[in-house]
Ligand binder design. Sequence first.
Ligand SMILES: C[S@@+](CC[C@H](N)C(=O)[O-])C[C@H]1O[C@@H](n2cnc3c(N)ncnc32)[C@H](O)[C@@H]1O
Length: 242
Amino acid sequence: MNDWWADFYNDTIAELFLVRDEAAELDFLVERLELRPDFLVYDQCCGIGNLAIGLARRGFRAVGADLCAPYIERARRDAAGLPCEFSCADAFTYRPPESCDGAYNWYSSFGYADQDARNLEMLRRAFESLKPGGRFALDFLNAPAVYRDFKPRMERGSPGGPRVVRECNIDVLRGRLEQRWTTTNAAGRCSERTSSVKLYPPHQLAELLRDAGFRDIELLGSVTGTAVNVESPRCIAVGRKP
Ligand SMILES: C[S@@+](CC[C@H](N)C(=O)[O-])C[C@H]1O[C@@H](n2cnc3c(N)ncnc32)[C@H](O)[C@@H]1O
């Protein structure tokens, strides 16, 4: 599959998946990245910028980068007057111009490439974005729970739209979650797209963070800080740049 993520994201996906109450996620980031007032934080693959904007509202400075130009335009509009800057950029290569005190890659924005070495590059860019001592959080699917609770079809939204229907398959030989998304926008227009994410299990996420240079790696199962296990909704790996 080509770089499916380059033209995958649209307004319907933003409305149904990215717009959310992010208070608990922000609490987690402030605590686990050990953020102090005025610290600069990098939101890698920031989507519509809601976490970066939330942090800016809480007294931090934020920079975000995402490949999706309409999402970046929306983030810039929503961040007017806040200490937040957004770049339309590829996180496999992009580093913020100023070294940051903390960084995160949130809500399954990782593991898209076929090659592990390419995915690792994204973590290396996060590592390079930090000052020594800075912390990074990677919020990812909890692969054991995805296997355990596998559902071949999922729906979100309302019949009149916006709506997303996902038909899902796990390619167990490649260890990837493959999904066909049928999105219907508010005007009733339908479109189809596919996604593919490598189901890195928790221990492998920790290895990838280690390979990128991070140390003191912890694996958590949710934003409440519980340890990760087979039932956890998420796997959040947190590491520190020595
Ligand atoms: C599931 S969304 C999550 C967005 C955001 N992190 C959040 O918490 O809502 C994944 C985002 O990653 C972005 N993305 C995927 N690959 C990227 C890349 N190589 N460089 C920059 N952004 C990327 C997509 O455009 C999309 O906005």
